[in-house]
Design a protein. Sequence first.
Length: 157
Amino acid sequence: MTVAVIATAILIPLLFMAGGRSSDSAAEPIKAVTTTYDLGLTADGIADAPANLDGPISQDPNGSGEIAYPADNDGQMARVTASYKRFPNSAKTGCSTTAAPLGATVTVLNLNNGHKTQCLNINIGPTSGTFGIILNTLVFEAIAELVDAPLPVELTW
């Protein structure tokens, strides 16, 4: 048994080496497949001309820019938080704030989305101390969804 194992261990590698290719057999060349992609270049290799869109022509920067200054509103502006409350039917366009004088028409700008509405500042009773303005529900819905309350707003009158 030992002799058979040794003979097999020697003969298998020898047969494996002897079974290789002979030097006179020529290997066939491998054929490569090429693919060309259209990159938007013309046949002569020059890129297409850039597309010009309509609009104003930009000016060369000259190092000086416009400085934006806030408008002079003589103290007729306030940034507060807004909430809503259902007012009586006689006050459909009403709001209640201590920031603006009573009877003033107040423009309310939602700072989250830029929507505006107007309301009449009326004395509708005590308002919560946490909100700068309380809008009638219908007025509030003109600038935001009810679930968005409280809102950061800018008041002008």
